[in-house]
Design a protein around this ligand. Sequence first.
Ligand SMILES: [Zn+2]
Length: 92
Amino acid sequence: MVKVKNLNNTSDKQPKGYDTWLEFWEGKTGKTADHCGATDCTVKGRDNLVGAHVKKVGANDDSHYITPLCRGCNQRTDEFYVDTELVHAESR
Ligand SMILES: [Zn+2]
């Protein structure tokens, strides 16, 4: 599990090669997003998810990553753990 924090002001960023950030995550991982990555959240179902921009907490790493979160968790301002893969964000 990785501790992450949401990044703000990312709505203007468009994924390179994909229509949505959720499709970007699925394309890069080869998986279908089916649950919110936050380990303390129980939301399931692809329709409830977005490809969220996050950064790692406590790591010497300022990279932007994409991981599936529900819309509620995409608004969180705290730090939380995710059990889903983090994929390097590539904007066009
Ligand atoms: Zn959630």
